[in-house]
Design a protein around this ligand. Sequence first.
Ligand SMILES: Cc1cc2nc3c(=O)[nH]c(=O)nc-3n(C[C@H](O)[C@H](O)[C@H](O)COP(=O)(O)OP(=O)(O)OC[C@H]3O[C@@H](n4cnc5c(N)ncnc54)[C@H](O)[C@@H]3O)c2cc1C
Length: 404
Amino acid sequence: MEGSFGELQEKVIGRGLCTACGTCAGVCPVQAVDWAEMDGEPVPELAGACANCGICPAVCPGAEVNIPVLEKFIFGRERPEEIPDLGFYREALLAWSADLPVRKRGASGGLVTSVLVYALEEGIIDCALVAGFRRDDPCRTGAWLAASKEDILAAAQSKYACVPVNTLLSRALAQGYRRIAAVGLPCQIHGLRKMQYLGRPASMAKSIVFMTGLFCAAQFYFEGTRHLIVERLGLTGLDEIAAMSYRGGDWPGHLVVELKDGRRLLLDRHQYMYHHLMPAFKRDRCEMCVDWSAELADLSVGDYWDPGARAGEALGTSSCLVRTAAGEEVLKGAVQSGYLETAGLEARRLAAGLGFELKKHAAAFRLKQRRRFGWPVPEYHRETDYEPFPREQHLAPETKTGKE
Ligand SMILES: Cc1cc2nc3c(=O)[nH]c(=O)nc-3n(C[C@H](O)[C@H](O)[C@H](O)COP(=O)(O)OP(=O)(O)OC[C@H]3O[C@@H](n4cnc5c(N)ncnc54)[C@H](O)[C@@H]3O)c2cc1C
């Protein structure tokens, strides 16, 4: 059992701790891990003979992420106590694509898409691991290897249903790609960093040029989307759908469903997110994740809600924490080459936003409750403080930050 897929099954999947990040399938040297669908959710399963190499249970971020050890590995030192919230970063900034159609196509300001396009066109990467919608089932999410600008653009915007993107790692290497950009949620970045830390598989660990993490309040069960489509939009079946996006139309983007008969239906983002997906359909494992701002990524990117911006009348802007030298290099390159435009940002304002409280503090408190009852919990090797901060504290000049 130890060192096999069976260990993963017993310690992670069977205990409800799988994040569906895809790393186990992505690192398997004999491609024995595949995906089953259970209640609409991707679940890893053994589809071939396990080589008992021990890699998948070792890199899986489901039950354990040793954040202090990984931070020392990435940033060269342990996090001092006074920077508990957003992790290490070199610079905080606002950014948006200099290409207006790309900016409009992005969930926020199209930063992620622009950086990937820059890195591909400049020959810094051969491909990127991205999340989009499936061509054969347009309301379901899927992952693909993007090796052209068109493939990257097709993956723009946020998908509020699971995409095990890291699964694509082994396929990328099999196709001869050696310089890969990864984009993912905090759990996906955790899996990739564990792989790099362990150096297994060695070829994969070395192949990732930079990782872009998305700020993440939660991922959601697809069942939540199905309910939106049937209950709120009044469709009788998902097979009426020709195309879908969670952040379609003008910024900040809404649930847009295009039907095969030509009709276009729209559901307000605030309504579907805060009155449906967020309260009722958060994935259970996400409720226990204490990483909101993708603290282990090279670049971490989120929505920026400019207090003065009016929905439908403004263009989106991405907020970004530049954490590592690799992140800084690619971001600066994209700016200097005219792909991105930037402005300053006080990072502490990010922690004053709704997503931070909904995720980090809530998860820290929930972990404590679950431990009390002996329920399964992931181990992050760091206690996260959940004391509420008065809003002004985030916005006061002397607030402490993680800036190095
Ligand atoms: C589930 C989820 C929750 C989020 N929660 C928050 C939050 O609480 N606060 C906040 O500020 N921002 C949050 N974000 C991030 C935000 O919505 C934008 O994705 C981010 O600001 C980047 O915008 P952009 O315009 O720069 O990226 P774009 O140019 O639109 O590119 C987006 C990239 O993200 C990738 N991607 C999209 N969905 C997924 C997914 N499900 N899994 C893996 N990769 C994906 C795509 O491959 C694409 O390359 C969340 C995103 C997701 C997917």
